[in-house]
Write a protein that binds this ligand. Structure first.
Ligand code: FES
Length: 144
């Protein structure tokens, strides 16, 4: 199996069986991400206590890439401080848009192929925009 096949399989797995998908109750922060190119949207609900993300979930509808990215993101950010989460959002956004070595991205590395396709970058970063909005200003954000 090539690395590309493995990446494809990870994306499909998360896309079909997203982790942390559903409604979070209770939550303290929320935001919606909207991709006007396709009409897909994701809602992020986060429970923060003492500056730490206790739990987070997402709902909505999107393509396999946006769903897989949201699923991986929720797994990674659970238990992290808000500060560390925001750093990771920034690192991920750079890894998806800028060439060069971005260090070990773990499972997220399987999304790096989208860099060549600006429209797919919007899919991969949709939930991340929403997460950033949820823990900072709140409200609706778009990928434009
Ligand atoms: Fe809509 Fe990917 S095609 S988010």
């Amino acid at each position: 199996m090539s690395l590309q096949d493995l990446y494809q399989e990870i994306i499909l797995d998360h896309g079909k069986s997203p982790r942390n998908f559903g409604e979070l109750d209770p939550y303290t922060h929320e935001a919606e991400g909207f991709n006007p190119l396709c009409g897909d949207q994701v809602r992020l609900m986060v429970r923060i206590a003492d500056g730490k993300i206790e739990d987070l979930k997402f709902s909505g509808h999107g393509c396999a890439i946006s769903t897989a990215s949201a699923s991986m993101m929720t797994q990674l950010l659970k238990g992290k401080s808000v500060e560390d989460a925001l750093k990771l959002v920034d690192k991920f956004r750079k890894a998806m848009t800028e060439d060069g070595d971005h260090g070990d991205m773990g499972e997220l590395g399987c999304l790096s192929g989208v860099r060549e396709f600006p429209n797919r970058v919007k899919c991969a970063t949709l939930a991340w925009h929403a997460l950033k909005s949820a823990v900072t200003t709140g409200g609706k954000v778009t990928t434009e």
